[in-house]
Design a protein around this ligand. Sequence first.
Ligand code: C2E
Ligand code: CA
Ligand code: CA
Ligand code: CA
Length: 273
Amino acid sequence: TKSSIGHTVCFFEPDMDENARARRQLAADLRHAVPNGELRLLYQPQRSLMTGRVSGYEALVRWHHPKRGPISPNDFIPLAEETGDIFAIGEWVLREACLEARNWDTPLKVAVNLSPVQFLQQELIERFRAILVETGLSPSRLELEITETAIITDKLRALHCLRQFKAMGVSVAIDDFGTGHSSLDTLHSFPFDKIKIDKSFLQRAETSPQALAIIRTVLSLGRSLSVPVLAEGVENENQLRMLESEGCDEAQGYYFGRPGPAPSLDLPLAANF
Ligand code: C2E
Ligand code: CA
Ligand code: CA
Ligand code: CA
């Protein structure tokens, strides 16, 4: 009824105002995050299940807000995508990851996340090329992670960018795989070097036969396309054993290591590895 709608509006309005204000404030603060040096990268190891060795690290951004402390990328990346700050943040992330990776004792790959909004930048390829040259990181050590959803939003633009990255010698991983709806045809026509199964499937695999079936399907897809598959979100030994027995190529998750300040390349292997 009208009165209950009126009541509801009345009840939520102050709250929504409060939220909108907080969001506007955060957006204003975000503008200064890069120039003020408030961003940091953490690195999470990715392990080969064949050799048990670390094969690379994924760079994950953190915002150390001067008043609010650390803010998760899940909370500020979407905001940065709305305000356009994602372009400056994306370039900062790439530059920082390249500079840091240059100083690792072992020339492992560094994986950097690319926002779908970054594809909108016409100069994306040129800017990335310039950052690689400026930092001196070999392009073969860089892997860009692009979500399945980003690819299907504008297939032609995504395909164009991926081909340019590949031509530069950069590799490309498809992130959060299974959460979008890419067709086999799309997958086949895109030049991927790795498929990352979204962690939600592994989290449900023990209780959901469907989730397990999806993992098996993605693994067999990887085999038929000759593209290695990495499972995200490995938190325990059971999950690791299952992935090994299903023939998964690589894995990443808290069981092998949380995102940390700097990669220590002599990490002891997980106890029962
Ligand atoms: P993502 O790319 O899927 O990254 C994996 C997320 O899962 C990370 O969260 C990581 O800390 C978390 N994670 C890793 N292992 C486990 C595990 O075993 N269990 C569980 N429950 N979680 C695990 P984080 O660092 O909070 O990042 C969240 C998302 O923010 C990322 O998801 C990515 O989409 C985005 N993001 C992070 N850094 C960047 C960046 O530099 N640029 C862009 N555009 N997006 C970024
Ligand atoms: Ca990622
Ligand atoms: Ca992911
Ligand atoms: Ca994700």
